[in-house]
Design a protein around this ligand. Structure first.
Ligand SMILES: Nc1ncnc2c1ncn2[C@@H]1O[C@H](COP(=O)(O)OP(=O)(O)OP(=O)(O)O)[C@@H](O)[C@H]1O
Length: 277
């Protein structure tokens, strides 16, 4: 792990994070979701976190967003301790956050409105971002008039219009069909390459993680989830997420990471079955 002098270029640091909840089934008992987890993301770095279902990926992302205070540990944003909501970060979750009563344009500009950007500027920026994500001319449409992929594009514009230095994504494309998903992944990579923000990308899909990232962190199955492996993805960029999967190095990395992840996925699956029984 890097020494403290070398950490000033980190956009986001989760340091020795522990998250303990009251167990859902028995509120008297405590459940440790995340234990002793340290995760650092450099400015401009694209890091994916993979792990079995229910292991604590979203919990970590919520901690990074400042939506959840860890039971112990610290979060730093560009070297400063985080207190409250992480205002340097933009989020994109599994379910998009579009307001059904607002047009695509008005959804994209809502964050700018909250920031007090004058209406004319906000509309112009919203239109520019809609065009950048391939939705030029769709600004008047309401979310129910857009396809799943288009809604994701609008949600992406809604996140990026605020020009966050850190982008937090929690399985943003898991609801999309494979083709639309790959298109969106390529678009995110192209946008990221032009802006070079720090990205924390949560996914349960190892292929997606390798194709997109500079680094993949593997989490163990819960309880007391922690990182158990970290892999530098030294595949050339720019990448096409479909094509890169045929690269011999991709296959090699996939095998290496899957060797670490496989047992955890099996453990996670066994736990889900036990919970359901
Ligand atoms: N507020 C809470 N209260 C109690 N338990 C919680 C709370 N939030 C999360 N948990 C528990 O912590 C564990 C981790 O949940 P989390 O949603 O972070 O997992 P995940 O890896 O994102 O799951 P998935 O892959 O299914 O999206 C789960 O067992 C969950 O039930």
């Amino acid at each position: 792990m890097a020494d403290t002098d070398a950490l000033s270029d980190h956009a986001l640091e989760l340091l020795d994070i522990n998250c303990t909840f009251h167990a859902k089934e028995n509120p008297g008992q405590r459940y440790t979701a995340v234990a002793d987890t340290t995760l650092r993301i450099r400015a401009g770095e694209f890091v994916s976190v993979v792990g079995p279902t229910g292991c604590g990926k979203s919990t970590l992302l919520n901690v990074a967003a400042g939506l959840l205070a860890p039971s112990s540990g610290a979060v730093k944003v560009f070297g400063q301790p985080l207190a409250g909501i992480n205002t340097r970060a933009g989020y994109m979750f599994q379910s998009d956050a579009l307001m059904p009563w607002r047009s695509a344009r008005d959804n994209v500009r809502v964050g700018l409105q909250y920031r007090g950007v004058p209406d004319g500027d906000a509309v112009a920026q919203a239109e520019a971002w809609l065009a950048r994500v391939g939705l030029a001319g769709f600004g008047d449409r309401y979310p129910h008039q857009l396809s799943g992929g288009m809604r994701k594009r609008a949600a992406l514009a809604q996140t990026l219009v605020l020009d966050p230095d850190i982008i937090l994504m929690d399985e943003p494309f898991s609801a999309l069909d494979v083709q639309t998903r790959q298109l969106m992944e390529n678009e995110v990579l192209a946008l990221w390459a032009s802006k070079k923000k720090a990205v924390l990308f949560i996914t349960h899909d190892l292929d997606e993680a390798i194709a997109m990232s500079d680094r993949v962190v593997v989490l163990s199955a819960g309880p007391a989830t922690r990182p158990i492996g970290e892999f530098v993805i030294d595949l050339p960029r720019p990448r096409d997420v479909a094509e890169v999967r045929t690269h011999p190095r991709f296959v090699e990395l996939h095998t290496q990471i899957w060797n670490v992840l496989r047992d955890e996925v099996l453990k996670g699956y066994a736990q889900q079955l036990k919970k359901a029984a």
